[in-house]
Write a protein that binds this ligand. Sequence first.
Ligand code: AMP
Ligand code: ZN
Length: 267
Amino acid sequence: MVKQVEKQIKETIKMYSMLDRQDRIAVALSGGKDSTTCLYILHKFGYNVEGLMIDLGLGAWSQQARENMQEFCSKLNIKFHVIDMKKEFGASMAFIKSASQTGLSGCYICGIIKKWLLNKKSKELGFDKLVTGHNLDDECQTVLMNFLKGNIYLGANSTPVTGKPIKGFVQRVKPLFFIPENKIRTYSLKEQLPIQREKCPCSFYSYRINTREWLNQIGDNDKLKIVKNFQNVIPRLEQKGDVNYCKKCGEPCRQEICKACQILQHI
Ligand code: AMP
Ligand code: ZN
C-alpha cells in the first residue's frame, strides 16, 4: 500500500511535469494528513522542499498543529516557515471571519485568505512552486459543489497544476490530485506521521461538508471518473476576464480589488 501510494504520486508528478529537481518548493502545511504526507513523500523523493504554515490563531488546535510540524520538519532537516495571523493582521482567522461584512461563509473566507497569504509569502520567500495537499476527494467535492451552485466555470482553475505562468502568481501544484483520501489516511498511519486528527474547531457547517457526506456514498473509482472527466471539460471553459492586479495589495486577481482585500477592509 505504501509503495502503491508513492508510485501513484510519482506518476502524477511526471505526467503533469509538476516539479523539477532544481525547484525551490514550498509545501503548504496545515498539520493534517494530506499536506504532511505530501511533504514527507516529496522529501523522500529528494525534492528541495520547505514547510510553509499559516498559524490561524485558533487556540490550542493551531498551537498543536504548529508544534507538530515544527518538530517534524526539524527531525527531517527541512526548513519551516510560519505565517502568524496574529502578527500579520493583529487578529485570528476566527476574528476575521466574524468581523468581515461580506456575507460570505466562514470556510470560504478562510480559504480565500489562506490562498492569498500563501501566494504572497511564497513570492516573498522566493519559492518556484507551491504544493498543496488537495486529494481526490477534495477535488471531487469541488466539481460537485460548483455544479450544485450552477456554475461549473468556477472549476476552471481546478487542475493538478495551475495553468500558464502568470506574473505575480507562484505556480500551485497538487501531487495528491488523484489519490483517494482513505489511502492517504492509511499511508499516514502506517508511516506514523505526527498528524493532527481533530477537525478545525471552526468548521461546523459548510457547503463542502454537506457535499462530502453525499460523496461518501460512492466509491473511489467513481470519484476518479468524475474528476478525470471534468479535467476534459476544463479546456472548453473560457476564463472570464483578464488577469488584473489588485489596486490595494497588488496580487493577481480578476476584479479591481481582490477578494482578500474586500474581506480585510473591515479588519
Ligand atoms: P483545506 O483548505 O483546509 O482543505 O486545505 C487544503 C490544503 O491547503 C492543505 O492540504 C494544505 O496544503 C493547505 N493548507 C490548509 N490550511 C493551511 C494552513 N493553515 N497553512 C498552510 N497551508 C494550509
Ligand atoms: Zn488585494
